[in-house]
Design a protein around this ligand. Sequence first.
Ligand code: FE2
Length: 375
Amino acid sequence: MINFDRSTQPLMNPDFLPINGTDHIEFYVGNAKQAALFYQHCMGFELIAYAGPETGVRDRASYVMQQEKIRFILTSSLQPESSISEHVKRHGDGVKVLALWVDDATKSFHETVSRGAEVASEPKTLQDEFGKVVVASIKTYGETIHTFVERSAYQGAFMPGYKAMKSSVQSIPIGLKYVDHCVGNVELGQMNRWVDFYEHVMGFKLLITFDDKDISTEYSALMSKVVSNGNGYIKFPINEPAAGKKKSQIEEYLDFYHGAGVQHIAIATDDIIFTVGELRKRGVEFLRVPDIYYDDVLDRVGHINEDLQALKKLNILIDRDEEGYLLQIFTKPVQDRPTLFFEIIERNGAKSFGKGNFKALFEAIELEQGLRGNL
Ligand code: FE2
């Protein structure tokens, strides 16, 4: 376990790690070629770049998919003995890298390592005819890493090592705009350790705490704390299981992922009815809350601009906080293991995470857990 050095960390300076946003998220998967088609056809991403044998990369294939400000990389190993193969063998398809876009990757690396971050890879400058990108990586929960990406001097499609590539079939976007938040599941008793990491090593602030009274159903419970960077562009909720009558959804994740990892990625849209309508048409599966959810939801959340029947038809959930309301929905896991899933969220002023929906949502998750024999 890391001991974070608090003697040298200047808590008074909140700007030691300025972050411009999420640079990209890299998934290690069993078959990147097929996964790329899922993200293209079902989720409306466009293939923009590729690395693999055809571009001189011998050990892996990586597909870079983009929609508005979101970039996903899907990477598969071409060899049995590699860190990518080992990752996929242990975790199944999952998130390896949560990359952060910074102005100075070397400084970001040294600021965090000097505060106790474990090194994943030292700063290096990658160059090609389109300019240069500086990358450096630190470890976070499980086998997940954060890569700092400095790309102000780069004009290419993605970064050196990748070649611009277009698919022969045109993607039709579905209105996904940017990564709203990324949630990590960590082992029992580890939530505060990782909140501490984000606060002291990365200079994030604790935004919200949910305890097991906020997030429990008849069967299972979890605890969650949300940390955010200075400008609020990066939000990382961290979950840990809490004791319940039966197995927590977080324990189910930890069992199948074999450790801590990214549980869900929330993606923002400006038109959730269009986005979710398209996702459903294209075959993406969602958790289902019972129709009775809609009987009294407006008593709880007050006036909303959208037609309630349209939301009910698509099974989109609604919540309100002091600043406004939000609409959200959760996919089923997007691989066979009950691990990673996506959230689609439309914020209408609300900055929270849908606490009012936790109960209905977790009951829906438990229904699925029961079907899998994991409750
Ligand atoms: Fe979420």
